[in-house]
Design a protein around this ligand. Structure first.
Ligand SMILES: Nc1nc2c(c(=O)[nH]1)N[C@H]1C(S)=C(S)[C@@H](COP(=O)(O)O)O[C@H]1N2
Ligand SMILES: [Mo]
Length: 344
């Protein structure tokens, strides 16, 4: 992966925000972040099958790729974001380092996803009224499987995706088929899906008991889970600038994007005095729920600024705090961060 496109963390690749400066709404496939728990499997689409089975369905089902893509498809524009996006700020802002990839804010992308609603596929298997949990399983060596409640699986925009920005899904992003669970942490969007278990009983895997749960002094274990589950993403903002950024003194357009897994973004403000005062940024259309909104402001850059801080608020009133309580695996860092800027 080219270093000018990504920060390389081994099998994980972080998008560089400066490459999004002034770009269109979606992240092109070749700039989109990659997060693999093991590695990308080679899958032969001719022999690939999707099995739907378990106590929650009347008729276990097997679909080939051709059968799946022959079903009515929809396209939605949504973000996909790692639960640990922003994790490094637990250390550099909060002073306590969380375990895991030390992402800044580039473990997110927005794409146009095309696929078949997961609910339409489950429907063919005769879901029971008592069906409770749905667990897609990946064909990677770790068989990543993060259960979700049936209600999430049946949302209109929860899809079995086979195309990304109009291209067949690239291997690193889940070819031939992945789940898209909009608004939720990336782990719910299972790549390389091969099997889906539907159960009348609650389902557990290490991905909802040991990881993707909040563990820390402010959180308590919940049943088999070592802490509250992470599901919906929190509000975040990023500037379309390198980290750290060097700017020439004088008037210029500063741009960025904000997003939330809980509601559409309603307001974005910025501070150039270290968070003492905030001014509104201009929001640019489109502003799609469960995707992001682009914004900008004119700024007269002069040497000695303390950095630029951005705070977004969504339509449900969720806003970005200045401090985030620590959790060991560093999920959901939604705090404001001061983007380091040197003006010369
Ligand atoms: N099968 C499988 N699905 C997976 C993963 C994985 O390692 N294996 N990683 C998850 C995580 S943690 C994230 S953040 C997203 C990343 O998707 P991307 O690599 O397409 O950006 O995929 C999720 N789905
Ligand atoms: Mo992730």
């Amino acid at each position: 992966m080219p270093p000018e496109l990504f920060t390389n963390f081994g099998s994980n690749f972080e998008m560089r925000w400066e490459n999004m400066y002034g770009r269109g709404y979606v992240v092109p496939n070749d700039l989109f972040f990659i997060r693999d728990h093991s590695s990308t499997p080679k899958i032969d689409v001719a022999s690939w099958k999707l099995r739907v089975e378990g106590s929650g369905v009347e008729r276990p089902l097997e679909l080939t790729y051709d059968q799946l893509i022959a079903m009515p498809a929809v396209s939605v524009t949504r973000f996909l974001e790692c639960a640990g996006n922003g994790r490094s700020y637990f250390d550099t802002v909060g002073g306590q380092k969380a375990s895991g990839t030390q992402w800044k804010l580039g473990a997110i992308g927005v794409a146009e996803w095309t696929g078949v609603p997961l609910g339409a596929v489950l429907e063919r298997a005769g879901p029971k009224r008592t069906a409770r949990d749905v667990m897609p399983e990946g064909l990677d060596t770790l068989k990543v499987r993060r259960p979700m409640p049936i209600a999430k699986a049946l949302e209109d925009d929860t899809l079995l995706v086979f195309a990304m920005n109009g291209q067949p899904l690239p291997p690193d992003h889940g070819f031939p088929v992945r789940v898209l669970a909009p608004g939720w942490v990336g782990i719910a969007s299972t790549k390389w899906v091969g099997r889906i278990e539907v159960s009348e009983q609650p389902l557990f895997s290490s991905w909802n008991t040991d990881t993707y749960v909040l563990i820390g002094p402010d959180y308590k274990a919940e049943g088999q889970a070592k802490g509250p589950l992470v599901t919906q993403q929190v509000v975040k903002s990023a500037l379309e600038l390198p980290w750290p950024a060097q700017l020439k003194a004088g008037r210029q357009l500063i741009r960025g994007r904000s997003w939330s897994g809980r509601a559409q973004i309603a307001k974005v403000e910025y501070s150039v005095d270290g968070g003492k005062t905030y001014q509104p940024a201009r929001l640019r259309e489109p502003n799609i729920d469960r995707a992001w909104v682009r914004w900008d402001f004119e700024w007269e850059a002069s040497p000695g600024v303390p950095g630029i801080r951005v705070r977004a608020t969504d339509a449900a009133g969720n806003t970005q705090p200045d401090k985030v309580p620590f959790n060991e695996q560093g999920y959901l860092y939604g705090g404001t961060v001061s983007h380091p800027i040197t003006v010369s």
